[in-house]
Design a binder for this molecule. Structure first.
Ligand code: NDP
Ligand code: GDR
Length: 329
């Protein structure tokens, strides 16, 4: 049998890099879309770049998406690209809607025009549950998004469901709860905390300014979550799945575990700063991933403490190398 081809939008992001590694290990031909920038943002895929094909495309540009799909002829398309940082969605709500909502329609239109046999994965989010209507949250829980990002993801989810029902596309929406890794962007809370704990331990930073420490999230490991994305596209029928650890922890616990890993008491370093509070907060998220566990046979392998410690250790190693090399990472 010939190799399967997967096309990943957002390959330069956290999830794109882990998914590319997974698919390469399964002997896929892996194509990623990248957008033009004055400096390359390929840090997360530099270790596998020679095994990937990269094509230029932007979620804002319909023709570039059609062209990318036509030229590369994928069996599977994973739409991971988005404006993914919740606070930015209040500063750039229209752009967030263009990327994160309408971008999904553009890529599905490209699939519909080029080849309706392509299997499609949409990166939906637990942020769609927002002010939660029930706890824990499952595929049946109504949405109540609390940010322009969450609203845009609800659109992305429903357009995926609608194209599946309108055009009989094999289109799946993965409703993924927060997932993190040493490759997480530095502005997200987990990485902000693990990076700061490492820097404070090594004398590179004095304090950590934080927003709401009472928010609760269901945090898992990105490497586990990309397996669920792939499994969704290997089933007989397309469907939507919640992917989560089914455990919730406060931001305060995250800070405590991260600082404890480097032998520090977080209370001596963490300062609360109104700048990091959001206009509307999502207070509590905890998933019910029973459907994914029973139908896909998926289970996460890394737990909360293991995840935070993995990230702290990685940041300590990175900054230790920086200091050893006289300020060059
Ligand atoms: P990242 O922010 O790390 O990566 C986002 C990717 O999207 C980058 O590759 C970025 O490219 C690309 N991108 C942004 N805008 C455009 C555009 N206009 N055209 C083409 N590419 C674009 O996100 P994650 O890897 O963490 O998340 C992947 C997806 O999953 C996102 O859709 C996110 O919203 C969603 N999600 C994430 C969760 C999480 O906890 N991580 C949970 C639930 C959903 P560039 O490098 O050029 O900026
Ligand atoms: P989230 O992730 O908004 O859940 O979206 P983030 O890590 O940004 O925030 C999680 C919670 O931590 C609280 N918080 C802070 N957050 C940040 N970034 N910085 C701070 O200083 C800080 N202090 C407290 C927040 O208020 C929030 O409650 C992520 C993204 O990856 C989305 O793309 C994805 O869809 C969802 O997860 C599931």
């Amino acid at each position: 049998m010939s190799k399967k081809t997967a096309l990943i939008t957002g390959i330069t992001g956290q999830d794109g890099s882990y998914l590319a590694e997974l698919l390469l290990s399964k002997d896929y031909r892996v194509v990623g879309t990248v957008r033009r920038s004055s400096t390359e943002t390929f840090e997360r895929i530099s270790h596998i770049e020679d095994k990937l094909e990269l094509v230029q495309a932007d979620l804002l540009d319909q023709y570039s998406l059609i062209d990318a799909i036509k030229k590369t002829n994928p069996d599977e398309v994973y739409n991971l690209a988005a404006q993914s940082f919740v606070p930015t969605s209040w500063n750039q709500p229209v752009l967030t809607g263009e990327f994160t909502a309408l971008g999904v329609t553009r890529i599905m239109e490209a699939i519909r025009l080029v080849n309706t046999n392509i299997r499609f994965y949409q990166a939906s989010s637990s942020e769609m549950f927002g002010m939660v209507r029930e706890t824990p949250q499952s595929e049946m829980t109504p949405f109540y998004p609390r940010s322009p990002y969450g609203v845009a993801k609800v659109y992305g989810h429903y357009i995926t469901v609608n194209y599946r029902e309108s055009y009989d596309l094999f289109a799946c929406s993965g409703i993924l709860f927060n997932h993190e890794s040493p490759r997480r962007g530095l502005e997200f809370v987990t990485r902000k905390v693990t990076d700061a704990a490492a820097r404070i331990k090594l004398g590179l930073q004095k304090e950590l300014r934080m927003g709401n420490l009472d928010a609760r999230r269901d945090w898992g490991f990105a490497g586990d979550y990309v397996v669920a994305m792939w499994l969704m596209l290997q089933q007989d029928k397309p469907d939507d799945y919640v992917i989560s650890t089914d455990e919730t922890h406060k931001v305060e616990e995250l800070v405590e575990v991260a600082f404890a890993r480097v032998g520090l008491d977080w209370k001596e370093y963490v300062v609360q700063d109104p700048k990091f509070y959001r206009p509307a907060e999502v207070d509590l998220l905890v998933g019910d991933s029973t459907k994914a566990r029973t139908r896909l046979g998926w289970t996460p392998e890394v737990d909360f403490k293991g995840l935070v410690e993995m990230m702290v250790d990685s940041d300590v190693a990175r900054w230790t190398k920086y200091l050893k090399n006289g300020g060059d990472v």
